[in-house]
Design a protein around this ligand. Sequence first.
Ligand SMILES: NC(=O)c1ccc[n+]([C@@H]2O[C@H](COP(=O)([O-])OP(=O)(O)OC[C@H]3O[C@@H](n4cnc5c(N)ncnc54)[C@H](O)[C@@H]3O)[C@@H](O)[C@H]2O)c1
Length: 304
Amino acid sequence: MELSGKVAVVTGSGRGLGLAYARALGAAGASVVVNDVDEQAVADAVSAVQAAGGKAVGVTAAVGSTEAAEALIAAAVEHFGRLDVLVTNAGILRDKVLWKMSDDDFDDVVRVHLRGTFTCARAAAVRMREQGEGGRIVLVGSPAGQRGNFGQTNYAAAKAGIVAMARTWAMELARADITVNAVIPVAATEMTRTIPAFAPAIEEAERTGEPLPRWMRRGEGLGTVDDVTGLVTYLASDASAGVTGQAIGLGGDRLALWAHPKEKAHAFQDGGWSADDIAASWAAGVGAEPETFGIPAPRPPAGA
Ligand SMILES: NC(=O)c1ccc[n+]([C@@H]2O[C@H](COP(=O)([O-])OP(=O)(O)OC[C@H]3O[C@@H](n4cnc5c(N)ncnc54)[C@H](O)[C@@H]3O)[C@@H](O)[C@H]2O)c1
């Protein structure tokens, strides 16, 4: 995939998935603004993108504020003359069950993920609309946002909100030829290695240099960070021109399209529905096949 001449900003690209996205975009010929909160990580990421064949500059800033967002877009314009692609990847976790989650736990996660996505996308949209040549905005959701997840009130809410923003902005930016999609990645990183069912296989793969086992790469859709880069590169490219408003999963060997929420069942009653009417009909009517909730627990095969 060819991205020569394109200029991309990737937030949170000092390590993990963001670094892999920045390297892949650089390797495809894009010029990349890398960003993270740690100066050394930013400097190392700039070198990594350059080593992959791309041009790169770094901006050390905590995504969330309008100032950080504007500094990122300004760096793209100042160093490379334009902006074509934004990938809003920066993220943190502050996992706790609801009754133990503090205001700070909630606000910190919402600030980086939800507010950071909003402020960066807004700054990017302003610039792309001024240029008048379209653009690509790639947001980052999570299975936790799609389904809900134990201990992740803040994160699930922020990630669900990000996908809702993708659908909203796909409508608002269509006329400007700016596509907006959400990637739903799964990869072995500092974030996922804390999941007990995955840890032994991830450690074994790292020790031996062998790929993760098939039950993880297919069943769980979990592989390396580099497995996710093809989707981000595709969504950054001219080849994805007709694709917008979508939530697209990639992890390991599994590429997936997530459904848009829709009414699954409905019923009509003249004059409307009282609480007693609903109670009388629920189990055999609209509620006959309730939806699942939560990410299903990993299912390693026996002996894995
Ligand atoms: N790893 C997975 O399986 C997975 C699954 C679903 C979603 N995601 C999402 O993918 C993204 C990357 O995840 P990862 O696993 O690579 O995590 P990671 O923790 O390895 O990397 C996240 C990076 O973001 C940086 N960051 C944190 N706060 C920042 C801020 N305010 N401004 C700029 N940078 C900041 C961190 O310093 C770090 O370098 C996150 O949005 C995460 O929620 C990951």
